[in-house]
Design a protein around this ligand. Structure first.
Ligand code: HEM
Length: 541
């Protein structure tokens, strides 16, 4: 039996166990204060069970209804989940969420619960000691300038391979499937480098492991705590299988890298030539008192963990970006405007991309950020768990016991007409226009006294709009979260998306797409169209 089929059988089994368990012993949501309103509640026969089951279908309409009814008035509301409920705070309280210490409101603890990562990552230390976050935040961001030529090369080689070089005929390409391959290769260029980043069997299995985490996490969440040690292992068979398949390549690669680094150090040479996650990790744990951190087993799982963080998030983003841009009203003109910007910037930089050149792609940046706004893949985000044993008191005085889940209505905030004009329209230059106004205001203001009172407020608002690049998070732009735990990979992801779009726009024509293929929803996730294709033809440059 294939592992896909096995997953379905396991899903059915787990749902049955959990449904019976829930129906008999866990009526009512007791994990959130009863004084808060709950949306999406069913009434009548087996109301509690039906509420929980419905939350697995799609939470988006429920969240949208709650946002309109409560968040717009600055109030929190509760959404159901299959296992637990969650409080969604209004955007006016995001700053309060961000200001809480990790010892009070914790992002990792929430992931451990939601993804069941003690089980699904096959090693509880992956999420409980998230050393990869430090490395991504520090080493990846610091090395980005040096990595740009490699990222660019990998993207270009991969797109050429998956989209072809036919300048005569239009060919249909599956957007999601090809983007998944392109992104997996490019991410692994900075995780393990060449040649492993081009090994299809490794990449397919690393991608499958990422999917396994989501599926097995959802399944294990359905199993009552007491039964997990007995049943979780069945749900983890696909994870173990895909890790085993990856280990055929990762084991020799890691052993070789450890040896190369040791040899280089012994010879007094620098290790700069291996500028990738594996090396940064090995350097990070080189002097650690726990030698197991340096074992190939742990390093392999750490690589699987970063693949999970990077691959689907970036693939969803790339897929949405292409569909949003190429199906937008005036797509041809918009694409031409971006193409001109790209050519202009390249001509100022000797035809080569570097950090400064990418920074000048204001319109390209805006088109990507706008797609992240309108097509965010999270109906809710910034999810945190109250971990302080004393609990936490909300700004309105409501006390939350430890274990309470909190989040924000990411999708609804991104589509709020009071925050974004024409929020349902993909407007590629929404952010670049605001940045241009701010730049002009700033340059004209040199030597001018800054006004007082309301004028000063407006003026500061204009200047703030200068900071509307993809990587800038705020309480109204939450695609990467916000605050201390905002996505540390976003600087890399932004560079990757710009290089990807630039290469596509310079090298391919894409037939206008009459309508935007719809995204799908499952639970809290909003998935890009996975089967839709586009027609592409290589440009004769
Ligand atoms: C466009 C692509 C991406 C999107 C939209 C995205 C989005 C996010 C979001 C929404 C979060 C949660 C933030 C929060 O809870 O406040 C997050 C966290 C994280 N992301 Fe990304 N991500 C992307 C790419 C990447 C990449 C490429 C990497 C790695 C190279 C990465 C590594 C991480 C890590 C390690 C965290 C956990 C951070 C923490 O809890 O402190 N992400 N990402």
């Amino acid at each position: 039996m294939a592992f896909d089929q096995l997953s379905v059988v396991l899903a059915g089994l787990a749902i049955l166990i959990a449904a019976g368990y829930t129906a008999h012993s866990r009526m009512g949501f007791t994990d959130v204060p009863s004084s808060l309103p709950m949306v999406g509640k069913h009434h009548g026969f087996l109301a509690d069970l039906r509420t929980r089951l419905a939350s697995m279908g799609s939470l988006l309409p429920v969240i949208e209804a709650g946002y309109e009814k409560y968040s717009k008035d600055g109030l929190s509301f509760v959404i159901p989940g299959f296992d637990r409920a969650m409080i969604l705070v209004p955007s006016s309280q995001i700053k309060w969420v961000v200001d809480q210490a990790d010892s009070v409101l914790n992002a990792a603890a929430m992931q451990i619960e939601v993804l069941q990562s003690d089980w699904t990552l096959l090693d509880s230390s992956m999420a409980r000691n998230p050393v990869h976050e430090i490395i991504i935040r520090r080493d990846l961001t610091r090395s980005l300038g040096a990595l740009i030529p490699g990222i660019e090369e990998e993207l270009n080689v991969a797109i050429d391979e998956y989209w072809g070089k036919n300048t005569e005929n239009w060919i249909d390409v599956g957007v999601f499937t090809t983007m998944m391959k392109v992104i997996a290769r490019t991410s692994n260029r900075i995780f393990v480098g060449l040649p492993l980043c081009r090994n299809d069997e490794y990449l397919d299995n690393a991608g499958a492991f990422s999917t396994d985490i989501a599926i097995s996490g959802a399944l294990i969440n359905l199993i009552p705590e007491i039964l997990k040690p007995l049943l979780a292992w069945i749900c983890l068979l696909p994870n173990r299988w895909h890790l085993y398949k990856c280990s055929k390549y990762l084991h020799p690669f890691i052993n070789q890298r450890i040896q190369d680094l040791n040899n280089a150090r012994a010879a007094g040479e620098t290790t700069e030539r291996w500028n990738d996650f594996t090396t940064w990790y090995l350097e990070e744990v080189a002097d650690h008192s726990d030698p197991s951190l340096r074992s190939p087993e742990k390093i392999m799982k750490r690589l699987m963990t970063v693949n999970f963080a990077a691959i689907h998030t970036s693939t969803f983003t790339a897929t949405n970006m292409l569909f949003d841009l190429f199906s937008s009203p005036n797509a041809a003109e918009n694409v031409q405007e971006i193409r001109e910007e790209i050519l202009q910037v390249l001509s100022e930089h000797d035809g080569k991309w570097d950090k400064n050149a990418l920074g000048k792609l204001i319109k390209t940046d805006s088109a990507i950020r706008e797609s992240l706004r309108i097509s965010t893949f999270m109906s809710h985000g910034m999810t945190r768990l109250v971990v302080d044993p004393k609990g936490l008191t909300m700004p309105d005085g409501l006390h939350l016991p430890p274990g309470t889940r909190i989040g924000t209505s990411t999708h609804s905030i991104h589509h709020d007409g009071d925050i974004y004009e024409n929020p349902m329209v993909y407007d590629p230059f929404r952010f670049s226009r605001a940045r241009e106004v701010a730049e002009t205001a700033k340059s004209q203001a040199v030597g001018i006294e800054i006004p007082n009172g309301k004028d000063q407020k407006d003026y500061m608002k204009i200047l703030e709009s200068k900071n509307l690049a993809i990587v800038t998070t705020s309480d109204t732009f939450l695609a990467f979260g916000h605050g201390r735990h905002a996505c540390p990979g976003r600087f890399f992801a932004a560079a990757e998306m710009k290089l990807l779009l630039a290469y596509i726009i310079l090298n391919y024509d894409i037939k206008p797409i009459g309508f935007r293929p719809a995204n799908g929803t499952i639970g809290a996730a909003i998935l890009p169209p996975m089967k839709a294709s586009i027609s592409v033809k290589r440009r004769k440059n």
